[in-house]
Design a protein around this ligand. Structure first.
Ligand SMILES: Cc1cc2nc3c(=O)[nH]c(=O)nc-3n(C[C@H](O)[C@H](O)[C@H](O)COP(=O)(O)OP(=O)(O)OC[C@H]3O[C@@H](n4cnc5c(N)ncnc54)[C@H](O)[C@@H]3O)c2cc1C
Length: 396
């Protein structure tokens, strides 16, 4: 296979690299690996400052159509953009829900008013979004959700609870799915709402993850009254819109290159470091471990390219996205594991320890990727999709 890019695409990549050299935040890269446990809450601030600079280039959502504030990038240009952002560990994680999932769903299903109200505010980095899908008893089986939205005159009144809601503590808006018909079959009684997080009756309660971060939350709805205009698309058709959002969520391309950067840092570390007077590279198994990681990083990239080239040909990736998601989270997890094991007990130290190597990024990578094996559809669910849609096996 020839994976060379066109001269124009190479030029675009260089433009992003040059821009990042000048504009990447200085105080750490702002990524989840470089921060210590004290500055987590400052991270959305780092994102917003960076996003304002991106906005001045039209780069908050460059793959969106120009009429909605994007640059209408091709899929391959988007891949290049994502790769460069991932390689640089640019702090764009906080934009993912608005730019990657909420905005594109609004573009497909929103009214003109909803598009006008929301899309330019996302591309100008004025609003951040969260996703209120999962509930305590509805995760993989999302259609089992119980949060209700009941019609009352021109309004809906929402009661219930969401969980694992990333960024709900600073988001301005939420994409929310709630049950609007109790009697319909479970996929057919769900509606999709665009919810202003300042609406009275919403309470957000932190969930601290195993990295010590406050990234996700429980969100409670107590008689939250929203106008009819908050409904996206038709009432009771929300499940189909939610699957569109999940397709956008799973088809994210280009992130595998973040693994490339970690591998390069690990290689340099191994080449330059000795423990107790003995070069690490001479320890049993270390070189083989690096070679395994290098093969996986390359495979991860090729699987992402497969998804991107399908999209570029106007096809909708299906089980191919699941293969890429499954392989890349495993690959990134194993990179974290390899770094920790190569560093021995040093590999477990926190970023602020004076003995830490490479800012503690490998143990944070290991913990974070443990979560990513669950978020966006668990490893087991991806395997079910690959078996059923890819191999044509019957449902279990
Ligand atoms: C880092 C992170 C961020 C997240 N952010 C958000 C967010 O912003 N908004 C949001 O709405 N949700 C979010 N989530 C929640 C996420 O979508 C759910 O955790 C996920 O869908 C799994 O649901 P669950 O936790 O209820 O686990 P369950 O669905 O209860 O699964 C438990 C276990 O059973 C397995 N299992 C379940 N069903 C099957 C099956 N049919 N076949 C085989 N095995 C099965 C699962 O693989 C898993 O191992 C986030 C999760 C994480 C980890």
């Amino acid at each position: 296979m020839d994976f060379r890019f066109t001269p124009e695409e190479d030029k675009f990549r260089q433009e992003i690299r040059d821009w990042l050299k000048k504009n990447l935040p200085k105080s750490g890269s702002g990524d989840r690996f470089s921060r210590t446990s004290d500055d987590n809450d400052a991270n959305p601030v780092i994102y917003l400052e960076f996003a304002k600079k991106l906005a001045s280039k039209g780069w908050v959502a460059p793959h969106w159509p120009a009429e909605y504030g994007g640059l209408g990038l091709s899929v391959i240009q988007q891949l290049i953009f994502n790769e460069e952002m991932a390689y640089a560990s640019a702090p764009i994680g906080y934009s993912m829900i608005g730019v990657g999932w909420a905005g594109p769903t609004i573009i497909v299903y929103g009214t003109d008013e909803q598009k006008k109200e929301h899309l330019s505010r996302i591309t100008n980095a004025e609003t951040m979004w969260c996703q209120g899908f999962s509930e305590p008893n509805a995760g993989s089986d999302l259609a089992a959700l119980q949060t209700r939205a009941v019609r009352d005159g021109d309004d809906y009144v929402i009661n219930g609870q969401k969980i694992w809601t990333s960024g709900a503590h600073f988001a301005n808006w939420m994409i929310l799915i709630a049950r609007t018909d109790q009697d319909a079959p479970k996929h057919k009684g769900i509606s999709y709402f665009l919810l202003d997080m300042k609406t009275p009756g919403i309470t957000t309660s932190p969930l601290i993850d195993m990295m010590g971060n406050h990234a996700f939350n429980e969100v409670f709805f107590d008689n939250v009254r929203v106008p009819r205009e908050a409904l996206l698309g038709e009432e009771n058709r929300g499940w189909y819109m939610a699957t569109t959002t999940l397709d956008f969520e799973r088809s994210s391309i280009g992130g595998a290159v973040g693994g490339q950067k970690l591998l390069e840092d690990l290689k340099t570390f191994v080449a330059e470091t000795s423990f107790n007077g003995r070069p690490i590279k001479d320890a049993p198994g270390v070189m083989g471990r690096l070679a395994d990681c290098a093969i996986d990083v390359e495979l991860g990239r090729i699987l992402s390219y497969r998804v991107a080239t399908l999209q570029a040909r106007g096809m909708v990736p299906n089980y191919e996205s699941s293969i890429a998601k499954l392989f890349n989270t495993d690959m990134q997890f194993h990179l974290g594991e390899a770094g920790m094991e190569i560093m021995g007990l040093y590999g477990q130290l926190e970023a602020d320890s004076k003995w830490v190597h490479l800012h503690g990024r490998f143990q944070r990578q290991w913990m974070w990727q443990t979560g990513l094996k669950v978020g966006g559809g668990t490893t087991e669910i991806q395997k079910n999709i690959i078996a059923q849609r890819g191999l044509g096996m019957p449902r279990g």
